[in-house]
Ligand binder design. Structure first.
Ligand code: VG1
Ligand code: CO
Length: 544
């Protein structure tokens, strides 16, 4: 089979964002667009001849077409072997797991996570390194630089691989092994959690659960693990068949987009436990009966109870959270005498801390939790962790959270997203805040004294790389915070995210509605940044 060097020229805008390159499917379908990016990935790597690459995606429209292109290019560029999920499917945490288990050189994940799918939807591609985690910025910077000067890409004139058949096939000089997308991941979950105890919980006559895969990647994983290995009733799974367009939905597990599950959980005789995952399986939402667990609280609660779960029996080395995530986990770390790290948004910043053994659990407010078992956030892992806790503690979700607040205090928390706003206005808003930063401390707004303000900058404690401009933070005397940043995953206009937080130590005052409890901060956030004025929006698009 002939290797072909195809002339090409740079495509605009191939700079990876928070989690890889995300664009409209139509953009990816332009001749050479995907090929340029893939070649730029390969050109940023050293010594991969004969090595193993893992490839898979969330099953959205264009997934298998992109995989066929990538396989041909991997063969032409000299990889020795590619392992690819059957029918092109692999969840993001499963890719991470497979890279680590098979000591691969790296992996390519095709996903735009929860962004809508289909011919008019979004597509995405991301490179993960040998530790199983997203490429760090020094690699993504190299990839971007390559996209700006690319002149050729290398491919093979060859037929498509049959992705439906597990086992080995050859493509030029390369082996392609089509693997069961679930097996390695399910085995890892069995090592971490007490499956016997969870199975016993699930078989209790009074206990019921619902899991919503939102027509995205986790359906087959949930079926094998929850139903197949843990004995849950098959009808506990909702939307468990992955569809190319995610059923026209928006597989973002939050109170807005997972409304079907939220309604089921919201009645007096609703299930005891509810959970959902996102498009690529790395996010999770945890619900009790008529009760929502914020992701920040979930991280803190998993940390406080980790010793009850086999995989974390010996305690945690430390905890890491992204900067905008609430400080609930910090309180657990402090009480346990373990370090807590604050990183920029995006899982790539946790990799070095995990590799160095400095932290065991990580989390983001955006429904992401994970641990050192892989190098991605992991939706089903969080669900199993919660089920393991429920089995051991024999309490309801609400009682566990309530008890946690009583012990550690409650961090009232909310994120307000203004999606699809004019990019120029959004940039002006952030710029306006930056210009004000120096003058804010000492000012009092709505009876709240501002004690600090900055634009978050992070120095990695391991490789000392510096990342700047990661979000404007405004802190108040009682520890309350407002954070503003622009999304790095959207594909249309700009998304402004405003993160609000305040601490409440007093148990009698821990049961307010979060929006009410944060009311004054919400007003201050608008006043300081001029959100309404500059975006023309009266209210956020999504509140979580
Ligand atoms: C968002 C979240 C961030 C998360 C990222 C990828 O990024 O805020 O916490 O790591 O999505 O998650 P941004 O830049 O839009 O705020 V996923 O599940 O889309 O891979
Ligand atoms: Co995701």
């Amino acid at each position: 089979m002939a290797i072909q060097d195809i002339p090409t020229s740079p495509c605009e805008g191939q700079k990876p964002g928070t989690s890889g390159l995300r664009k409209k499917v139509r953009v990816f379908q332009q001749p050479g667009y995907l090929e340029n990016f893939v070649q730029s990935i390969f050109d940023s790597l050293d010594d991969y001849a004969g090595e193993l690459l893992i490839v898979g995606g969330d099953g959205r429209y264009y997934n298998t077409a992109a995989i066929q292109t990538i396989l041909r290019m991997a063969a032409a560029n000299g990889f020795g072997k590619v392992m690819v999920g059957q029918n092109g499917l692999l969840s993001t945490p499963a890719v991470s797991c497979v890279i680590r288990k098979h000591q691969a050189y790296g992996g390519i994940i095709l996903s735009a996570s929860h962004n809508p799918a289909g011919a008019d939807g979004d597509f995405g591609i991301k490179y993960n390194v040998a530790n199983g985690g997203p490429a760090p910025e020094k690699v993504t910077d190299r990839i971007y630089a390559n996209t700006q000067r690319i002149s050729h890409y290398r491919t093979l004139a060859a037929d498509d691989i049959d992705l439906s058949r597990c086992g080995n096939q050859t493509l030029g000089g390369m082996t392609v092994e089509v693997i069961d997308p679930v097996a390695d991941y399910a085995e890892l979950m069995e090592q971490l959690f007490d499956f016997e105890r969870i199975a016993a919980l699930l078989s209790r006559p009074g206990f019921s659960l619902r899991y919503d895969a939102m027509h995205a990647i986790t359906g087959p994983y949930a079926r094998e693990i929850l139903v197949g290995r843990l004995g849950a009733a098959a009808d506990c799974l909702l939307n468990a068949v992955p569809l190319e367009d995610f059923g026209g939905g928006h597989p973002d597990p939050n109170l807005t987009y997972a409304h079907e599950l939220v309604e089921i959980m919201g009645t007096d005789d609703g299930p005891d436990f509810g959970a959902a995952s996102d498009g690529d399986g790395d996010r999770n939402m945890i619900l009790g009966r008529k009760f929502f667990v914020t992701p920040s609280d979930s991280l803190a609660i998993l940390a406080a109870n980790a010793h009850l779960v086999p995989g974390y029996r010996d305690g945690l080395a430390g905890i890491a959270r992204s900067m905008p995530t609430s400080q609930a986990a910090d309180r657990v770390a402090q009480q346990r005498g373990i370090p807590c790290y604050e990183t920029p948004t995006g899982w790539k910043f946790f990799g070095n801390l995990l590799d160095a053994g400095k932290v065991s659990l990580c989390g983001e407010e955006s429904f992401g939790t994970g641990s050192d078992h892989v190098r991605e956030k992991d939706g089903l892992w969080a669900v199993l962790f919660w089920l393991n806790l429920l089995a051991v503690r024999d309490k309801s979700v609400e009682d566990i959270v309530d008890g946690h607040w009583r012990e550690f205090g409650r961090n009232y928390y909310s994120r307000h997203d203004y999606e699809g706003v004019d990019a120029t206005a959004a940039t002006a808003l952030i710029q306006g805040l930056r210009e004000k930063l120096a003058s804010l401390p000492g000012q009092t707004v709505h009876d709240r004294e501002i004690t600090f303000s900055d634009d978050f900058s992070y120095t990695d404690p391991i490789d000392h790389s510096v990342t700047t401009q990661q979000g404007v933070r405004i802190g108040f005397k009682d520890g309350a915070r407002i954070v503003y940043r622009l999304s790095g995953t959207g594909t249309e206009g700009a998304t402004l995210r405003v993160y609000l937080e305040r601490y409440e130590p007093e148990p009698d005052r821990q049961h307010l509605d979060a929006q009410a409890a944060l009311g004054d901060l919400i007003a201050i956030a608008d006043e300081l940044a001029g959100i309404r004025l500059l975006t023309g929006r009266d209210a956020p698009t999504v509140i979580t």
